[in-house]
Design a protein around this ligand. Structure first.
Ligand code: ADP
Length: 447
């Protein structure tokens, strides 16, 4: 097992990883920018190192500084959290070259899944159902027209290097196709430095359902069920649940087993999420994230398994602590991502939190790095914390969520708490009756 883990991240996820490491008796090193000197992960870590000025590029993304911090503190492994360097294959290779363990999958697997065309090809080869579309990159308009006619309109042009929903354009008919191609290409070129695009069938009313897996790198893998993350704004998830209100036990087992067999065959190591769109009873692969996800706590709530413990175990060579037959899905869990944003305009709202009170009680978990008097810096993402509520079934979970949201106090800045108080009382949300466009439509009508 590792002696000392350096956590190359900030905010709630740095604290999340720190807690898991402490429970395993491992020393922790926090790194931070000058803007985060008073952050909770810095206060609670055994050691901390300032790695640069506020800008992420010069601090949390600064590989040289992170390597120096490892050397100074004698850390033997690095946990990247999510975002920042977590899906950077080069970073994983550099760590390995310095005899440091990257707590995550191999650089090769990060690289494959980071390239959407390659990821889709790999998924298909491993027996995972994919969205109908082009086999690879599209070279010219004629080829695009031919493939679009085969799969049928509407089609979606997607960037191979895409992320965060950028470089995606819908073409509803052949007349829109060449404009969609050129817009997607130029967006992708300027955002990612790679203008390769491919075509996919555009699904009109899908849900976003993703499967959590863990592999041991030696050909064994388990799945931990699915999460339904259909409530999204601008392709950003804001509310996630496990299990999905749309699936029954047989469907859950079926897709879970397909995915765990595929990642076992790949020899995948560590935590990963295989994301699908789900429509009319069918799953369509869209991408695989090779890291811990923001919404992992809902899976932990219904399985009782600490995913960060498992990540650390696997990376250290200790293997997984559970087998598929040890995993049970108990009850229902929902996570709300509470952001420092205006709940109506979604404008960022940095500043001092004058009062912060978190709810408690049975089945309530809050993952957050903020506290009363904390100043939210303007340089990073706007997540203040995650409220995760668990109940014996979805109805109990919703009742508890409503109560927990009422108790939650964030004063001094704007937060998205009022939006969640609305959503928990909405009849469609109460019925679990929503697709990936539901929230955007709701916001357009109610604001
Ligand atoms: P990114 O990496 O940019 O987030 P994804 O491939 O994960 O890209 O897609 C992001 C979101 O875009 C999905 O959650 C879904 O809302 C939408 N999307 C992606 N592919 C399709 C598709 N074929 N049909 C309809 N919507 C899609």
């Amino acid at each position: 097992m590792f002696q000392k883990i350096l956590i190359a991240n900030r905010g709630e996820i740095a604290l999340r990883v720190l807690r898991a490491a402490k429970e395993l008796g491992i020393q922790t090193v926090a790194v931070h920018s000058t803007a985060d000197a008073n952050a909770m992960h810095v206060r609670l870590a055994d050691e901390s190192v300032c790695i640069g000025p506020p800008s992420s590029r010069e601090s949390y993304l600064n590989v040289h500084q992170i390597l120096s911090a490892c050397e100074i503190t004698g850390a033997d492994a690095v946990h990247p959290g999510y975002g920042f360097l977590s899906e950077n294959a080069k970073f994983a290779e550099i760590l390995a070259a310095h005899n440091l363990t990257f707590i995550g999958p191999s650089a090769e697997h990060i690289r494959i899944m980071g390239d959407k065309i390659e990821a889709k090809r790999t998924a298909k080869r491993l027996g995972i159902p994919v969205v109908p579309g082009s086999e690879g990159a599209i070279h010219d308009d004629r080829e695009a027209r031919q493939i679009a006619a085969e799969i049928g309109y509407p089609v979606l042009v997607k960037a191979s290097a895409g992320g965060g929903g950028r470089g995606m354009k819908v073409a509803r008919s052949e007349a829109d196709l060449s404009e969609a191609l050129s817009t997607a290409r130029s967006e992708a070129g300027s955002a990612f430095g790679d203008d390769a695009v491919y075509l996919e069938k555009y699904l009109e009313k899908p849900r976003h359902i993703e499967v959590q897996i863990m592999g041991d790198g030696a050909g064994n893998a388990i799945h931990l069920g699915e999460r339904d993350c259909s409530l999204q704004r601008r392709h950003q998830k804001i509310w996630e649940e496990a299990t999905s209100p749309a699936l029954n036990i047989e469907q859950r087992e079926k897709i879970g087993n397909i995915v765990s067999k595929a990642v076992a065959d790949l020899g995948y190591s560590g935590a990963g999420t295989v994301e699908f769109l789900y429509e009319n009873g069918e799953f369509f692969f869209i991408e695989m994230n090779t890291r811990l996800q923001v919404e992992h706590p809902v899976t932990e709530a219904i399985t009782g398994i600490d995913l960060v413990h498992e990540q650390i175990r696997v990376a250290s060579g200790a293997g997984l602590s559970v087998r598929q037959e040890d995993i049970w899905f108990l009850g229902h869990a929902i996570e709300c991502r509470i952001n420092a944003e205006d709940p109506y305009t979604f404008a960022p709202s940095p500043g001092v939190i004058t009062h912060f009170h978190t709810p408690g009680g049975l089945g309530v978990r809050v993952d957050s790095g903020v506290y009363t008097g904390y100043r939210i810096p303007p340089y990073y993402d706007s997540l203040i914390g995650k409220l995760i509520v668990h109940g014996r079934n979805r109805v109990e979970c919703m009742m508890r969520l409503r109560r927990a949201l009422d108790e939650f106090v964030v004063d001094g800045i704007n937060s998205t708490l009022p939006l969640f108080r609305e959503l928990v009382g909405n009849v469609d949300v109460a019925n679990g009756d929503y697709d990936i466009h539901w929230l955007e439509n709701y916001l357009a009508e109610s604001r």
